[in-house]
Design a protein around this ligand. Sequence first.
Ligand code: OOG
Ligand code: MG
Length: 262
Amino acid sequence: MANQNGALLRAKALWQAQAQGKTIARFSAKEKISLEEGYLVQDEVRRLHLDSGSRLVGRKMGMTSRPKMLQMGLKAPIQGFLTDQMEVEEGGVMPWKNRVQAKVEPEIAFLMDQPLSGKVKAREAQAALGAVMGALEIIDSRFTNYDFQLPDVVADNCSAAGFVLGPLKRLARNLDLTNLGIILSVSGEPSQFGSSAAILGDPLLSLVSLVHLLDERGESLEAGSIVLAGGATAALALKPGAMVVGEFSMLGKVKFSVEANG
Ligand code: OOG
Ligand code: MG
């Protein structure tokens, strides 16, 4: 199934599962699938999003921290895309419609001031930054019980389902992001505690990795893009009615709630 037709079929299976609020078995359960094939499926998933009227607004990194690698049993950083439709307004309500097994995780987000491409160095990535924000990512795997291998989850756009951005902090290039404390609370209960250090030792290195991963596929990062650097803690399961708050040293709070009657 290495051809584009195979990729499109798999993309449609993921797209339909999402539309129907169902999950499917991972592709690798049936036949071998390579990482590159996973990315070809993700390309088709992206096309389906864009054809349905969504706009590409940024990128996300996955598996960039030990807590996430341990939780999911996977080891290599991966990348996916973000659309305008995925954004949940800060303080807003996320509809439960079509959500199946949603989880939330705290992340550091960047807003790019300048584009980045090729084999960039950390120094160049830092100089291209516009703003940095505390963020919450909502993931919702289209694979039953989050049972997947790396190529499957890449195909499924790294489980991307939504994101919430905290207040913009300008002058990101002057901030030290290496050890910001993070608390994730669900419905008033502080439940996960972490540090931005969990993200490859420095979230900036996640940005560097992203640009390298994009470059391997002939892509680059545009100015104005949002970048999610990856979950700093293990993800927590969401339920209808949940109230979620992420608290970040220096970057402030970011919150949303989940629609009550799913
Ligand atoms: C895959 C998505 C990984 C992260 O921040 O590491 C990810 C998953 O956990 O389902 O978003
Ligand atoms: Mg994430």
